[in-house]
Design a protein around this ligand. Structure first.
Ligand code: GRF
Length: 204
């Protein structure tokens, strides 16, 4: 694991479409993020994120969760940690990953696992945060990139972006507006975390 020098090696974990992974890739391709996605892992064999990764020539693999639908067993987390480590990953990005990460993975990548969540945390943690915001009559929502700890959407915030909730918003239109912001925010947050790793390395 590097201490903040050179091109950042990223590992991405996702369960769904992978538009955030795509945004990170786009930022790499347009030169605004000096990084490389070296491994993409999904707990869902059908997830489009795997297809996107394969199309981009990135190693993409399915996580074996031992048949559990929502749990992320310790042994699976330890195996994922090993895969990420041996791929030389510096920062792990959760991008629509639907299982809770715990000690076996957190301990191998302390302060190096990030997540993107579609609300201004601490508001609306958990599932379908955009729907929660619309149902709650919120005037504003947005997205947060935060460090991952053992809680659900509870780790320290890195960056946030706000969007208005419009009177005629449905859950879907709000989510689409939030995703536009997410796609800017994630590359920005990775840059910021890398800078932080660099400055911590130079002062230690
Ligand atoms: C995003 O809205 C993200 O905030 C949430 O899950 C969604 C994933 O979207 N955690 P995608 O798979 O990156 O398109």
């Amino acid at each position: 694991m590097s201490t903040g020098k050179g091109t950042i090696k990223l590992g991405v974990l996702g369960s769904g479409s992978g538009s955030n992974m795509q945004a990170i890739l786009d930022a790499i391709e347009n030169g605004s993020l000096d990084a490389e996605i070296v491994l993409v892992l999904s707990d869902n064999p059908e997830a489009y994120i795997l297809e996107r990764a394969q199309k981009a020539g990135i190693r993409a693999e399915v996580i074996d969760c031992a048949g559990y639908k929502t749990r992320f067993p310790d042994a699976s987390q330890a195996a994922v940690a090993e895969q990420l480590k041996s791929a030389g990953v510096d920062i792990v990005c959760l991008a629509g990953f639907m299982r809770l990460v715990k000690a076996p993975l957190l301990e191998v990548f302390p302060q190096r696992i990030l997540n993107i969540h579609p609300s201004i945390l601490p508001a609306y943690p958990g599932l379908m945060a955009w729907k929660q915001a619309v149902q709650d009559g919120a005037r504003e929502s947005g997205c947060t990139v935060h460090y991952v700890d053992a809680g659900m959407d509870t780790g320290p915030t890195i960056l946030q972006a706000k969007v208005p909730v419009l009177v005629d918003d449905t859950a879907d239109t709000l989510h689409a507006r939030i995703q536009v912001e997410e796609h800017q925010l994630y590359p920005d947050a990775i840059r910021l975390v890398w800078k932080d790793i660099q400055s911590n390395a130079s002062t230690s």
